[in-house]
Design a binder for this molecule. Structure first.
Ligand SMILES: Cc1cc2nc3c(=O)[nH]c(=O)nc-3n(C[C@H](O)[C@H](O)[C@H](O)COP(=O)(O)O)c2cc1C
Length: 166
């Protein structure tokens, strides 16, 4: 299968990690992949906060109840956007998906943790990571070397596809 398609199908949410740190070059490669994403009017109003300090990762694991795997993850990337920009969520989502795919290609495990638009986790991430008022935390991505394996999801459903009209 073509490399891009293989990566897309190989990517799964990984929530168990070893304690091996993620190499600097891999972090750089994921950030470059993030900023290669499309953005409305090519505005690129995104910012990425790279978190590796154990204490901060532990605190981030408490931002909501589905973020507990951050206690095991060795890396978290917080994706933030300029909420005054139309389409900022779509821009941040495209960058997030690029990070997930890049992580998969690098042999890393990753999972997208939704933050925006729930006000409490948005505020918790803002406070913990000192995100300025000009920007809004969109999501967190928990990352690390995987300690679980998952196969492709096989979710294709022809009933959800419509040709020409619904
Ligand atoms: C917007 C969004 C928010 C998500 N938030 C969480 C989350 O808070 N915690 C979590 O464990 N997974 C989260 N996920 C991952 C989904 O649960 C996961 O993508 C879905 O179950 C499909 O599984 P897969 O990623 O392995 O294909 C989120 C995914 C998206 C797109």
């Amino acid at each position: 299968m073509q490399a891009a398609l293989q990566l897309i199908h190989q990517r799964r949410s990984i929530r168990k990690f070893t304690d091996q740190p993620v190499a600097k070059e891999h972090i750089q490669a994921m950030l470059e992949a993030a900023m290669a994403a499309p953005s409305a009017h090519n505005r690129q109003h995104w910012h990425f906060i790279v978190v590796q300090e154990r204490e901060t990762l532990d605190r981030l694991s408490d931002v909501h109840r589905y973020a507990k795997m951050l206690k095991q993850a060795t890396l978290c990337i917080a994706v933030c956007g300029d909420a005054t920009h139309t389409f900022w969520q779509q821009d941040c989502a495209a960058a997030t998906q690029n990070i997930l795919l890049a992580a998969t290609g690098l042999g890393l495990g990753s999972v997208w943790l939704g933050i925006y638009p729930n006000p409490e986790p948005v505020q918790a991430v803002r406070d913990l990571l000192q995100v300025p008022a000009s920007h809004t935390p969109f999501c967190l991505i928990a990352l690390g070397h995987p300690a679980e394996e998952k196969g492709p999801a096989q979710r294709f459903d022809p009933a959800k596809v419509h040709y020409e009209k619904w």
